[in-house]
Write a protein that binds this ligand. Structure first.
Ligand code: ZN
Length: 290
């Protein structure tokens, strides 16, 4: 079996692995995201120990440039993360390791992982969303990851916000009350004064949280017509899925009439790969690149 490299390049840590599938991960290391020189240097040192690598896949925090032919293809571009704006990533690994490099957003990579080994193996148009410190989403349409003008920025979609029911103004530095501003971890803390992990399952926070996520899912269902929506991330605790499903039905008022959709338990699901979706997605990216 060919050996592939994978990098889940996050804003706080890079997880690097070599292997050929979920059951065949030979070695995994975690490297803190400090400076580009240090973090890329440590990642390169790790992969140099595997000269037999067939390809490398990188799922990166962003925004990133995904336009092949662009002078900054494979770069992290306008990130607010200090020191990381306009950082070349994919090209560095391609030159230094002399292997084909697949590069995409962290969430598009995770979507690919779910398609290859997880909860989306039986569909080819679906959305993967992670709800944590931020909200991100990857989209596959007809078996291809969606890029377009930039890449989907699902976390920043604008959704209805009833300021009488929820006067919280939102945490997004760009938009205030976009989806991420209303429903990511910092919004839970800002609105309720405690972190999501400490809010009991019966707290009113979760119905409101589910409503915002369901509104986002409704918009996605109407615009992209996905066959499934995968919801993961630290905020998506097990008690959340039934709430989101109920709120989604409420939001759409029976407008979408498809048998798959009536089986809403199969429409809104957890990641099949759990918190390994990002890393295994990067591995899947290597597999389709090599
Ligand atoms: Zn925003």
């Amino acid at each position: 079996m060919p050996l592939y490299g994978a990098i889940e390049a996050g804003g706080t840590k890079w997880v690097c692995a070599v292997g050929s599938g979920p059951e065949y991960l030979h070695e995994t290391v975690r490297i803190p995201t400090t400076t580009p020189a240090e973090t890329l240097g440590l990642a390169l040192a790790f992969f140099r120990r595997y000269p037999e690598l067939a390809a490398l896949g990188i799922g990166s925090f962003g925004p990133v440039d995904l336009h092949r032919g662009s002078p900054t293809y494979g770069w992290i571009t306008t990130t607010p993360k200090p020191g990381w704006a306009n950082t070349e990533v994919a090209g560095v690994f391609a030159r230094e390791l002399d292997v084909p490099v697949g590069f995409d957003t962290d969430v598009n990579a995770a979507a690919l992982g779910e398609y290859r080994w997880g909860a989306a193996q039986d569909v080819n148009t679906f959305v993967y969303i992670t709800v944590g410190t931020g909200i991100g989403g990857g989209v596959m349409v007809g078996g291809r990851l969606l890029h377009g003008l930039l890449h989907p920025e699902i976390g920043h979609m604008l959704i209805p916000h009833d300021r009488t029911a929820d006067p919280y103004t939102g945490a997004c530095p760009f938009h205030g009350d976009c989806l991420e501003g209303l429903a990511a971890g910092p919004a839970l803390l800002g609105r309720w004064g405690q972190r999501g992990e400490t809010l009991p399952a019966e707290h009113a926070a979760w119905v409101l949280e589910a409503r915002y996520l369901a509104l986002a899912c409704a918009n996605l269902a109407l615009i992209i017509s996905p066959e499934r929506i995968i919801l993961g991330g630290g905020v998506m605790q097990p008690h959340m899925l039934p709430l989101v499903r109920a709120e989604l039905k409420q939001a759409l008022r029976g407008y979408i009439r498809m048998p798959q959709f009536d089986e809403v338990a199969h429409y809104i699901v957890s990641p099949g790969l759990g918190d390994r979706a990002g890393l295994l997605g990067a591995l899947a990216l290597a597999e389709v690149t090599g």
